[in-house]
Design a protein around this ligand. Structure first.
Ligand code: C2E
Ligand code: CA
Ligand code: CA
Ligand code: CA
Length: 271
């Protein structure tokens, strides 16, 4: 009875009410944001460990909110996933990223994050196809970053196969943070493996360094590029180079930034 009383009380907790209202407000804003074209892509370079040459840029979405300022993805991607808005947002991100990359003169790839929810709710293949067609970007310059949560899906194998057929590259993001990373390496093939930045943050620890070395060895055997993400210091950079990582990403080489000369007026989402 006491517990019930407490939870009844919680229903009227003004703080919780405010949080719920805030959430509803954000959800409404999110729908409008799609129509108003308030999203923008920032790009973070991925460089070769050997010569620091830019070989790829990862697209990271931000929301230019009229009153809240620049909202990071962690604050709205989960909401977009819950509400199904991720499908349209994801399609826009793909189109925008391919269009941007098609204009790069250095031939660098563009990496786009794909959420697991996007796969459940949306015709991802069609979105990839039309983004490539519209932009004229060569398929091998588009890399889709997926996480283990996507691979749990029953149709994951079919999806990855279909994407492969289109000629795009597939990267396994946040490697090492899931529950069964190794079994996924056995069941699916990847063009790149991105070692999660928690390993890099801890790479001064000899055991962590040994794990990174082993993963580098596995990736080499599988013919996959190995990318170390979240490199912030020269010491971390030296360590991942020592362990054999071929591509690196992190604040040391560049933060996510808008493209220079990006159009002030963002491309809008129809519908
Ligand atoms: P992620 O895919 O693992 O992206 C890397 C995140 O680490 C980015 O945060 C990036 O700004 C940050 N980062 C890069 N280098 C460093 C570093 O040296 N140190 C530290 N501390 N952080 C670094 P961001 O942009 O806030 O994105 C967070 C997450 O939101 C992403 O993690 C990704 O899961 C998701 N996300 C971002 N953009 C998109 C998108 O376009 N679509 C989808 N579905 N998810 C996205
Ligand atoms: Ca990523
Ligand atoms: Ca990552
Ligand atoms: Ca992450």
């Amino acid at each position: 009875a006491k517990a019930a009383g407490r939870s009844t009380f919680r229903l009227y907790d003004p703080a919780m009410e405010a949080a719920a209202a805030e959430q509803r407000g954000l959800e409404l804003d999110l729908r409008l944001a799609l129509q108003r074209g308030e999203f923008e892509l920032h790009y973070q370079p991925i460089v070769t460990a050997a010569e620091r040459r830019v070989v790829c840029r990862e697209a990271l979405v931000r929301w230019r909110h009229p009153t809240r300022g620049l909202v990071p993805p962690a604050a709205f991607i989960p909401l977009a996933e819950e509400t199904g808005l991720i499908e349209r947002l994801g399609a826009w991100i793909l189109r925008r990223a391919c269009r941007d990359a098609a204009a790069w003169t250095d031939g660098a790839r563009v990496a786009v994050n794909v959420s697991a929810a996007q796969v459940r709710h949306g015709p991802l293949i069609a979105a990839v196809q039309s983004a490539l067609r519209e932009s004229g970007l060569a398929a091998e310059r588009l890399e889709l970053e997926i996480t283990e949560s996507l691979l749990i899906e029953g149709e994951a194998a079919d999806l990855l196969l279909a994407l492969r057929r289109l000629g795009v590259r597939i990267a396994l993001d946040d490697f090492g943070t899931g529950y069964s990373s190794l079994s996924y390496l056995r069941r699916f093939s990847f063009d790149a493996i991105k070692i999660d930045r928690s390993f890099i943050a801890d790479i001064a620890d000899p055991d962590t360094a040994a794990i990174v070395r082993a993963v580098v060895g596995i990736a080499a055997q599988l013919g996959a590029t190995i990318t170390a993400e979240g490199i912030e210091t020269e010491d971390q950079f030296a360590a991942v180079r020592r362990e054999g990582c071929t591509e690196v990403q992190g604040y040391l080489f560049g933060r996510p930034v808008p493209l220079e000369g990006a159009p002030a007026e963002e491309m809008r989402i129809e519908g």
